[in-house]
Design a protein around this ligand. Structure first.
Ligand code: ZN
Length: 311
């Protein structure tokens, strides 16, 4: 049980269904794909079906015996890496905060001594309700000057390049923790419409906390990038392996170096208001193989007992 671990802080006092992770053990039998002639999005021909809301994380357990030599999972245009769990291959599938509602296919190519086969699962993505904020601001408060614009573009490129790297090793293990105690804003997915123009949705959660409070790594990983960016201020990007990244922004201080191994619960920085921030808070973001997911979706994943042994 997650609550039995004193260093896991999963309670955030919010409605659990908002942050709940749909964790589904796929019980379907394994059949060669050519027994199922159905189309990729059809209800027929799938080896199983599951569902989740935008921004959620699905835990996918494959009903496979033995040790396949290779497993390649794909969902939309994203890879879904698998690793060996206690009772078979396990993968984390991230539903991006803006994946359009609908039914999509998760395909999993499995190669073992007998050859290759493809498993197909239908994934029903449903809509999450995000807050919308209308703001009217003076134009000079909204538009960036040319110099800032160039800087922001370069910083976006730096982040994009860093997040595209997928470490083949899984660094994380066991459960995930909240990086700081504080007041959660509920801003994940919020869309700001400034002077009638929709901005990029807010891709993390903001947690208000005292200036200088410790910010902890949500799980084991490698501090892949430390930055001081125009919007996000002082930030740390932790690579947890297999395409999972966590981000910690607006820090007053960074206490890790690029390339340093970090442990779950290790202090990696201090809460601040650097960059564009109206007050001290932590912006906590999670990227899972390119999908922008709600970081709180990780806290309720049932990964404590079965996956604690690193493979
Ligand atoms: Zn934020």
């Amino acid at each position: 049980m997650m609550s039995a671990r004193p260093h896991w802080r999963s309670g955030n006092g919010r409605r659990p269904d908002l942050w709940a992770v749909v964790a589904i053990v796929l019980l379907a039998s394994v059949f060669p794909v050519d027994l199922f002639p159905g189309g990729p999005h059809g209800q027929h021909g799938a080896d199983g079906q599951f569902s989740g809301k935008q921004g959620q994380v699905l835990l996918v357990n494959l009903p496979i015996k033995g040790q396949p030599t290779e497993i390649v999972g794909r969902f939309l245009s994203r890879r879904v890496p698998f690793f060996q769990g206690a009772s078979g291959p396990v993968g984390l599938l991230g539903i991006d905060m803006q994946d359009a509602p609908g039914t999509y296919e998760l395909s999993v190519d499995v190669t073992d001594a007998q050859g290759g086969r493809r498993l197909r699962y239908n994934v029903l993505v449903s809509k999450e309700k995000y807050p919308v904020q209308h703001l009217t601001l003076p134009k000079d408060k909204v538009d960036l000057d040319d110099e800032s614009l160039v800087r922001v573009k370069a910083e976006q490129e730096q982040v994009k390049t860093a997040l595209e790297e997928v470490s083949p090793e899984r660094f994380w293990e066991g459960g995930f923790i909240e990086p700081v105690h504080g007041t959660i804003s509920g801003a994940f997915g919020r869309v700001r419409i400034i002077n009638g123009q929709a901005r990029s949705p807010h891709n993390g959660e903001d947690i208000a906390a005292p200036l200088g409070a410790d910010v902890l790594a949500m799980n084991d990983g490698v501090a892949r990038l430390t930055v001081d960016h125009f919007f996000s201020g002082k930030g740390v990007f932790v690579d947890h392996g297999l395409g999972l990244y966590s981000m910690y922004f607006h820090l007053s201080d960074i206490t890790v170096q690029n390339g340093e191994r970090v442990k779950r619960g290790q202090v990696i920085g201090k809460v601040g208001a650097s960059g564009r921030a109206t007050g001290p808070h932590l912006h906590w973001g999670v990227r899972l193989n390119g999908a922008r997911v709600n970081p709180y979706a990780l806290l309720t994943l049932p990964v404590g007992g079965t996956l604690s042994a690193r493979q």
